[in-house]
Ligand binder design. Structure first.
Ligand SMILES: C[S@@+](CC[C@H](N)C(=O)[O-])C[C@H]1O[C@@H](n2cnc3c(N)ncnc32)[C@H](O)[C@@H]1O
Length: 164
């Protein structure tokens, strides 16, 4: 299952990595899901993908009992991560795996302090973006380990942290 799948970067990676598997792709955006379905049909994988439109902050539809849930850059979007993580824990089949990818911050594109003609431009943009997102997405950049253990998960796997 790809939770908060967007247009399916994770979905298609999962399909390629697990050629026998079916993937349920879940997102609140009808546009993202439509694009994902178009790509799945075009690549011949349409029969292995189920798209489900759902708001993870509301009541969840039946999503089955996946063996693997992948959530990339989506958990910081939900209003109540503790509730969402508990729901994922309930959903997974016993012994299942929950793979979470989250951001410590936005990637940098310019050298530190640059560019020459506008020194510190990217730092100012990041600061403005952080201020904007602080209210909208207070869980972006959070430490997810304690949230995961509180929801009942055992932590494992590597890497735990990757530089952005
Ligand atoms: C930053 S995108 C990540 C997309 C994809 N996982 C990726 O790695 O490319 C976050 C996704 O979460 C979805 N999302 C945000 N809030 C959601 C919610 N409450 N319920 C379901 N999906 C949500 C958005 O529509 C968006 O597709």
């Amino acid at each position: 299952m790809d939770l908060g799948c967007g247009t399916g970067a994770g979905t298609f990676a999962l399909l390629a990595r697990f050629p026998e598997a079916e993937v349920t792709a879940v997102d609140s955006s009808a546009d993202h899901l439509r694009r994902l379905r178009e790509k799945a049909e075009a690549s011949g994988a349409g029969g292995r993908v189920r798209t489900v439109r759902a708001d993870l902050d509301a009541a969840w539809p039946g999503l089955g009992a996946p063996g693997l849930v992948w959530a990339s850059a989506s958990m910081h979007h939900v209003a109540d991560p503790a509730r969402t993580l508990r729901k994922v824990h309930e959903l997974l089949m016993p012994g299942g795996l929950f793979a979470v990818v989250e951001l410590a911050g936005f990637p940098r594109f310019l050298p530190e302090g640059g560019p020459e003609e506008r020194p510190g431009l990217e730092e100012r943009i990041h600061a403005a973006s952080d201020r904007h997102h602080a209210a909208l997405m207070p869980h972006r950049g959070a430490d997810w380990d304690p949230k995961l253990t509180a929801a009942g998960f055992c932590l494992g796997g590597a890497p735990r942290l990757m530089p952005v």
